[in-house]
Design a protein around this ligand. Structure first.
Ligand code: HEM
Length: 382
């Protein structure tokens, strides 16, 4: 339990952190990796280069500091992060490493401004925040379908679109797979030859039916000069018959029970988790609007599966091709959505931010909107 004095110090330092938040976390990462280079085996090096992860951590620390009197307010965010931490295999004993380096960075960036009282307050507060994560993650480790990373054999690889491949994998040791919930992801661990580190990435599962194995989809990631190390490795090097390591399905982006009609909105490879949701919810007879935005028709994945739904009266499809028609605008969505739908959406961070702003402008309550960006959720600023 934090003392009143500690809480006051934390709240008073929030504006300073807001000013220096990203700088503090940048120093934090640089120092932590210098001291603990083994952590490159779990952190995504590309995220460090592009600054996304820095923003996500800064946002989370600030959110926690702002709510230090009632930390339960950040539980939904902690839940989403805890799922990712569990999937990556983050352990309680690693939390002090993050804490020590965060305090180091606060001291380094704020310099003379930082008093021993501030350092003590943040040390204590970090401990309390870390405990919230550790407890939530302990429950997720208990529920996980298997422990750590297990070998899986790749039994089928299919080109789903110009840049997306799906992979079906089966456990090497013939373990019976447990059912997965639509919207969840698996985490792949690979170690490309010549690279010093393991690389971990999350990929959404396409199907809840695991009778033939777990199916997940991977988009070949290329952003300017930066080529996604794992997605390009999976596309170019992994063949049917190869083995890869997977941790158990994770994620809280799942469809809740509701009497409302459903709308699934996706951009690009963001179709993957909502495709699994479509299978799951269409089978229950739900009314579904399935809205997808892609650059053009060649970029649309899962065309064969979409065709299977064409005769189903409860599912309506809408495609937006940005090459010819631009983005999914308010005008376009107003023609499709009634406003009463429970909405699930997935795509890049930018796509999510654009859609959230559009749905806000349409007067749709945030309570009806559920989303998962491909990228840190806490870096969403809308
Ligand atoms: C991801 C916050 C502790 C390792 C994340 C994300 C956030 C976050 C916001 C992004 C989640 C997303 O993608 O949506 C925190 C906070 C912590 C904490 C507030 C402490 C209270 C730790 C610890 C480790 C760790 C102790 C391990 C040393 C990771 C890794 C990722 C991640 C590897 C994936 C991102 C990447 O690969 O770049 N964390 N985290 N975190 N966290 Fe933590």
């Amino acid at each position: 339990m934090l003392s009143q004095e500690t809480r006051e110090i934390i709240k008073a330092t929030v504006p300073v952190l807001e000013q220096h938040g990203t700088e503090i976390t940048s120093v934090f990462y640089a120092h932590m990796f210098e001291e603990h280079p083994e952590l490159f085996n779990v952190f995504n090096k590309a995220n460090q280069k592009l600054g996304r992860q820095q923003t996500a951590l800064a946002q989370t620390v600030l959110a926690a500091a702002k709510h230090i009197d009632h930390l339960e307010a950040i539980i939904p965010n902690v839940n989403q992060i805890a799922h990712k931490h569990r999937a990556l295999g983050i352990k309680p004993e690693q939390y002090p490493i993050v804490g020590e380096n965060l305090i180091y960075a606060i001291r380094k960036v704020l310099g003379e401004e930082v008093t021993p009282e501030i350092i003590n307050a943040w040390t204590e507060a970090y401990g309390v925040i870390a405990d919230v994560f550790i407890q939530m993650e302990a429950a997720l480790y208990q529920e996980a379908a298997w422990e750590g990373f297990e070998p899986f054999k790749v039994v089928r690889i299919k080109e789903e679109s110009a840049h997306i491949k799906s992979f079906v994998v089966k456990p090497v040791d013939a373990t019976q797979l447990k059912p997965v919930v639509a919207g969840q992801y698996i985490t792949v661990k690979v170690h490309p030859e010549g690279d010093p580190n393991d690389m971990l990435r999350h990929y959404s599962i396409c199907h809840t039916d695991v009778s033939q194995g777990i199916e997940f989809a991977v988009k070949r990631d290329v952003q300017g000069d930066v080529k996604g190390a794992v997605s390009n490795y999976l596309h170019d090097r992994v063949k049917e018959g190869d083995e890869i390591l997977l941790s158990a399905p994770a994620g809280e982006f799942v469809v809740a029970d509701t009497d409302r009609p459903l709308a699934f909105i996706s951009g690009g490879v963001g179709m993957t988790p909502v495709m699994a949701m479509l299978h799951e919810q269409a089978a229950k007879g739900k009314d579904i609007k399935f809205i997808h935005s892609a650059y053009n028709r060649d970029e649309v994945p899962f065309k064969d599966e979409i065709a299977e739904f064409h005769h189903k009266e409860n599912v309506q499809f809408y495609f937006n091709y940005s090459e010819a028609n631009g983005r999914l605008t308010k005008e376009k969505l107003e023609k499709i959505l009634k406003g009463s739908e429970e909405i699930y959406m997935c795509g890049s961070v930018g796509f999510m931010e654009g859609l959230l702003a559009t749905l806000d402008a349409m007067g749709i309550s945030r309570g009806q909107v559920h989303f998962e960006p491909f990228g840190p959720k806490m870096s969403i600023t809308v």
